[in-house]
Design a protein around this ligand. Structure first.
Ligand code: AHG
Ligand code: MN
Ligand code: MN
Length: 332
């Protein structure tokens, strides 16, 4: 029988390979792991109790919130605050960045956390997989001073860790600290995460494309032409179309099987729909760490210097050869 490694053990064993390791990043990851368990428990109950449906609030993007968005947001914020390690948080569900004051009301945390507490939330009430996405940076302002906007507006290439939890047929936490990508699955009987997918690599090419084809008429010409290419009969094409509508789940499948995920800008969403800081950047970091590629159609996602915390971006990621092909259609 193979030796079982829990996420807790893995984090400790790999701490020393992380530059500037002081154990603090591990504590932060532990907090996220714990909040993920709580959200997992709640998501699993969603069909049983009267928790589904709008919470009567509209989030900062003008979308109606579901109760579990609020629950997940609260749990993750609490888990991060309790650790005294981060000095600030950006959440999809909160308009301004959150300043964290330590137990002695100082601002000594080294890290900032950016997150989408519940991704794909429109899928909850139909029992389809959702997820949580997180991205972690070291702050750039001095420790002890108040956290500032510029601490959050760093390019994705400066991320020290990123990951997601997918609440699916089984619940998994997948993360990177810049040393490859590893996936852990919860054993529901024990409530522990076990290393189930070590050193994940995205196949160089695949046969899946994932995109909301309902928006096709509004897509830029380059994307329309790439979609036509995916549908042509030649070699391994036509590709299979797979689209869940929860980016975390669509990305997770494509990372394991090979494929491309696309959310272009269109005439409805002129700048794209997905958020750079807590959707595109963390997924881009994971993608590159798994040997894949993430792009806005022209540029590497992780090179983009953000100008606002809820900034949107066209997003293409997955198997390197497929994303390169997509970019070639953009440049025509
Ligand atoms: P969120 O639930 O955090 O608002 O994110 C939803 C996102 C993403 O998960 C998904 O891929 C995309 O929106 C789906 O959008 P469409 O319904 O427009 O295809
Ligand atoms: Mn989302
Ligand atoms: Mn969300």
């Amino acid at each position: 029988m193979k030796k079982l490694i829990t996420l807790g053990e893995f984090i400790i064993e790999n701490e020393s390979s992380f530059p500037y390791a002081t154990g603090e990043l591990s504590k932060l990851l532990n907090g996220l792991r714990l909040a993920g368990k709580m959200v997992n428990h709640e998501v699993n109950k969603a069909g049983l109790v009267d928790i589904i449906g709008g919470a009567g609030e509209v989030n900062v993007q003008g979308e109606s919130q579901q109760k579990l968005d609020v629950f997940a947001n609260d749990k993750f914020i609490q888990a991060i605050k309790n650790r005294d390690i981060a000095c600030g948080i950006v959440s999809e569900e909160v308009e301004e960045f959150i300043t964290i004051h330590g137990s002695d009301s100082s601002n000594n945390g080294k890290y900032v956390v950016l997150m989408d507490p519940l991704d794909g939330s429109s899928n909850i009430d139909v029992n389809v997989s959702v997820g949580t996405i997180f991205s972690i940076f070291r702050r750039i302002t001095p420790i002890g001073t108040p956290v500032e906007l510029k601490d959050f507006l760093q390019p994705g290439s400066a991320q020290v860790a990123a990951g997601y939890i997918v609440y699916g047929t089984s619940t998994m936490l997948v993360y990177t600290t810049g040393n490859g990508v590893n996936g852990f699955t919860i054993n529901p009987a024990l409530g522990s995460y076990y290393l189930s997918h070590p050193n994940i690599k995205i196949p160089e090419s695949g046969s899946i494309y994932s995109v909301n084809l309902g928006n096709y008429v509004h897509f830029p010409k380059g994307v329309k032409n790439y979609v036509k290419y995916c549908q042509q009969e030649e070699g391994s094409r036509p590709y299979s179309l797979r689209y869940i509508g929860s980016m975390v789940s669509d990305f997770h499948r494509n990372m394991l099987k090979g494929g491309i995920y696309m959310y272009p800008n269109d005439t409805k969403n002129k700048k794209g729909k997905l958020r750079l800081l807590y959707e595109a950047n963390p997924i881009a970091f994971l993608t590159e760490q798994a040997n894949g590629k993430a792009s806005d159609g022209y540029n590497r996602i992780m090179d983009i210097v953000p100008s606002e915390i809820h900034q949107r971006i066209p997003f293409f990621c997955g198997s390197t050869k497929m994303v390169e092909k997509l970019e070639s259609f953009y440049s025509q």
